[in-house]
Design a binder for this molecule. Structure first.
Ligand code: SPD
Length: 379
């Protein structure tokens, strides 16, 4: 067992207290019949437990895997990286495959929550675009394989009289009261995600999105608290359907795929347009990547790697993007991705846009300041 720095021990301890401690809350764990014979042949487990972001895979991809390989997938979902971490830290030991984002992969490696993977058992890893291999948060892909990537920006209602004249091109549209009062009666949603919301405020204030400075973070908190009375909802789980497509809001802090999903779901053949547009603010913001990883506590490691390999198959990876509208890091999948998605700059932005965006890092000990700011924001 790796020795952890004091602040990581504190994170582990605090989460255990918060969640009651002890093994609970996760699916049951057993090898479910997974065996590896002397020649290396694997008999897959009868079950595999997968814990993913809400609405992040077409169910058919799961049922196809079950039918083809005879492995029952026990599927569960989470809403944020912090929820995923809290669940694992609460002692839930039954999850085999999880999908943390970039900065959370780094933190989970530090906390010894991830198992190493054997890339020789994942031949479809060769399908991954070089740009997404060997990311700084997981050098050598020792622990995870890339799943989906995207950006964070502002989705807004096409045809709204104010936005027709003033297309939201700045985070000011999320934070400045004199703008917010022009359209807040139509409803505004923000992502219920601590790093994302704080990063949007940091970007607007011109600070580094990975700052560890208390002064910067307090300024971000204050900006958020000034705008909060104008916001209707904090939702990052089902906002695409329940708020955007349903016309319950006119503007939302949004992940690229959810904004594009709302566009395509409201697409009108006659006008050849959808109801939702997506903008990356001129101040820049977050680009992120979610990853498929195996938990340290998994007892079905070979089956989990087999499932990771399946997810990286070119047609399966394309089917994921055709469902989620997020970017695929899988170069071999591109020909199978629907043309309108492949050519949509909201999903695959041009280099000049990507250059304005930043990956989030593990904030180290400053995680306590982020937590403190988030508590004040949500209080
Ligand atoms: N509906 C699934 C959305 C997954 C988005 N993950 C984004 C993480 C960014 N920090």
């Amino acid at each position: 067992m790796k020795k952890l720095p004091l602040y990581l021990l504190l994170i582990a301890g605090l989460l255990l207290v918060a969640c009651g401690g002890g093994p609970s809350g996760g699916p049951s764990s057993n090898t479910g019949g997974e065996t590896t014979s002397d020649d290396g042949t694997v008999q897959l487990a009868r079950e595999l437990s997968v814990y993913n972001w809400t609405d992040y895979i077409d169910e058919e991809i799961i049922t196809n895997y079950e039918a083809e390989y005879g492995v029952k997938i026990i599927y569960d979902t989470f809403a944020s990286n912090e929820d995923l971490l809290a669940k694992l830290q609460s002692g839930a030991t039954g999850y085999d495959v999880i999908f943390p984002s970039d900065y959370m992969v780094a933190l989970m490696i530090e906390l010894d929550l991830l198992a190493e993977i054997d890339l020789s058992q994942i031949p479809n890893f060769a399908n991954i675009d070089d740009d997404f291999v060997n990311a700084p948060f997981d050098p050598g892909n020792k622990y995870c394989v890339p799943y989906q990537w995207g950006t964070t920006g502002i989705a807004y209602r096409a045809g709204h009289p104010f936005f027709e004249e003033n297309p939201p091109d700045s985070w000011a549209y999320l934070f400045e009261p004199e703008l917010l009062q022009q359209y807040s009666s139509g409803g505004i949603n923000v992502l219920n995600d601590q790093r994302e919301l704080i990063s949007a405020a940091l970007a607007y204030l011109g600070h580094d999105l990975n700052t560890r400075s208390r002064t910067d973070l307090e300024a971000a908190r204050d900006l958020i608290l000034q705008a909060k009375p104008y916001w209707k909802t904090f939702n990052s789980e089902d906002y695409e359907d329940s708020l955007m497509v349903a016309d319950e809001v006119v503007l939302s802090h949004s992940w690229s795929g959810d904004a594009s999903g709302a566009y395509y779901k409201t697409y009108d053949e006659e006008t050849e347009d959808g109801n939702w547009y997506f903008a990356i603010p001129k101040e820049g913001g977050v680009k992120w990547m979610d990853n498929a990883c195996i938990t340290k506590s998994s007892t079905r490691h070979a089956t989990a790697m087999h499932f990771l390999n399946y997810l990286l198959d070119a047609e399966v990876a394309a089917a994921v993007t055709n469902y989620t509208y997020y970017g695929s890091p899988n170069a071999a999948a591109l020909p199978f991705i629907l043309e309108e998605i492949r050519n949509d700059p909201s999903i695959f932005p041009p280099e000049e846009t990507l250059n304005k965006l930043q990956w989030l890092d593990d904030p180290g000990e400053a995680i306590f300041i982020y937590d403190e700011m988030w508590t004040a924001i949500k209080g």
